[in-house]
Design a binder for this molecule. Sequence first.
Ligand code: SAM
Ligand code: SF4
Length: 328
Amino acid sequence: MLVDTFGRVATDLRVSLTDKCNLRCAYCMPAEGLDWLPSAEALTDDEVVRVVGIAVQMGVTEVRFTGGEPLLRRGVVDIVTRVAALQPRPRISLSTNGIGLSRSASALKTAGLDRVNVSLDTLDPVRFAELTRRDRFADVVKGLEAAADAGLTPVKVNTVLMRGHNDDEAIPLLRWCLERGYSLRFIEQMPLDAQHGWDRSVMVTAAEILAMLGDEFALSPVGAEERGSAPAEEWLVDGGPGRVGVIGSVTRPFCGTCDRVRLTADGQIRNCLFAREESDLRGPMRAGATDAELAERLAAALLAKRAGHGIDDPGFLQPARPMSAIGG
Ligand code: SAM
Ligand code: SF4
């Protein structure tokens, strides 16, 4: 079992398949992009599947592929197929910007993918191009449609609101998602951008989002027992069945029930998004470590997990790795 000193058990493994991306979202990356990881430093498909297999033996039941943009990884369908064949079979999901999903949704479903989360921060193509520095709005919409058609449901949409950029879109985005049967979740903007430009005054807080939505919709909270350890607080919209979630990572931290652990594309275990230490699995793996030895390293990495992310601590320091290289 993957347990930390506070008794939290990690059952949800986030696996970054690449740090590369074909968008440059303003809250994530600078317009010029980043220096991508040299391919020799990235785990091979076999290495990824091996680590996931060990984690599954240690009690992981949820595997989410992410990045960077995971659909840029050539072997993604094969990796999903192999992870879906593990015993016990974990639930498998993918976080994507949606570009490329129209081509791969059906193959991913056949491979064993259960669900997708697609990031979309605006319904305005011009604004999309400004926020992501790429003119790809139509591709994302097509990707969402393909995901729903392929049965990768419930299709979830993730939105980050930034004051003065897209904070006027909370209501239109929710309406748009409800009409299409997508489940929308707002995520508070976190200090994890590569350019270290996070500004608390630009972040739109969970309370503000709920106030905006509450003016337009009747929101009734979904019980904590249904939410479990999920970071999103959820509400039924106008009596349901539509729902909306808000992930108040900064102002309503959920560290006390965190069940996550992360594997970066270069084989580092991170026990928290905000961790400043990592535990290397790639080196030992390439030096011939056995599964039992890798499992020991994984367990030790979890033991060192801190109580909380500490964003409000006076000494808070943003981790050196940005969100796109951690795997959000
Ligand atoms: N490229 C894929 C995508 O955009 O969905 C997967 C990786 S992305 C890092 C995963 C999630 O992190 C996305 O929903 C994105 O909106 C979110 N994200 C990125 N930077 C963030 C930040 N600074 N604060 C909050 N969420 C962020
Ligand atoms: Fe790329 Fe996702 Fe970061 Fe946007 S949030 S730049 S799509 S990794």
